[in-house]
Design a protein around this ligand. Sequence first.
Ligand code: SF4
Length: 290
Amino acid sequence: MQYEGDVYRPPSEARSLIIQVTIGCSHNKCTFCHMYTDKQFRVRKREEILADLDECRDTYGPYVQRVFFADGDALVVKTELLLELLHYVKKNFPYAERITSYGTAKDVLRKSEEELVALRKAGLAMIYLGAESGDDEVLVHIQKGETAEEIIAAGQKLKRCGIQTSVTLISGLGGSAGMEAHAVKSAELINAMNPEYASILTLHLSPESPMAKEIQRGEMELLKPDQIMDETELFLTHIDSPGTVFRTNHASNYLALAGTFNQDLPRLLREVREAREHSRYRMESWRRRL
Ligand code: SF4
C-alpha cells in the first residue's frame, strides 16, 4: 500500500492501521496549519480504498484492533460510502475494536442524527475534532471557517448519537493580547461539549504557514513558556467538565499533563504552577523533533 504524501494521525492512533479515505483536508485554509497545503483535496475512489483494506488483511492478518481513517477529515465523505468502508473493515478485521477519524464541526452538522447513529452502529467509535479555540475572534483570525457555537453544537450532536469526541485546542493561538479570552472561552467550549477526551497542543509553526509570516511581520507573537503556563492555568481554573480525560502529551507541549476533569484539577493546577515556578519545561530540542 502506497500512502499519498505525508500522513498525520493523533498521538493515540500511533498503533492503528491508517487507511487514507481522503487525500488532504476539505477546508485547508487554517493559517497555522501546513499539514495538507501540498495536497489538492479529494475523496479517494471506493475501489482503491477497498483494495488497500484487502492488501492490509493479506499483510497483517485479521487481528488488527484499531483503524484510523485519514487524511484531514474523512467524516466529510458521504455516509453511504463510509458505511460500506466500516462494514468492510469489520469483515476484513473482525477483531477491530475501534475505528476513528478526524472530522470538522461542519462535517458533523451536515449529517443527520440518523446517519451518525448508523455510523456508530457500523463501528465508528470516535471523531477527533480540532476546535483550536472557543473564542470566535481567534477562530476568524485563523480562518477556521467555523464558530464556537457550531463546534459546540457538533460536539453535543456526536454525544447524543453515542460517538465519542476527542477535542483539540491550541495554546498560544490568541497571542498575548488575546490570551485571556482564548483560555476562558476554550474552557467554556469544553464545558458545553463535555467530550470524552480533550487535549491541548502548543502553537508550533512551519515557516511556510501564513501565521509564521504574520509573526515575521510583527503582527503577532509566539507566547513564551511562562505565558503558555499562564494560559493553561487560566483554562484549567474555568473548567467544569466532569469525566473528560485531559492530556497535553503532544511533542509541541512544554509540559506533559494527564488527568481527568474535574477530579484531577487541583493536581493539574499544582503541576502547572510548579513547572512555571521552577521553569521545568521540555527542552526546545524535544519540541523541534516535530
Ligand atoms: S487545522 Fe484541520 S481543518 Fe484546518 S486546515 Fe488543518 S487539517 Fe484542515
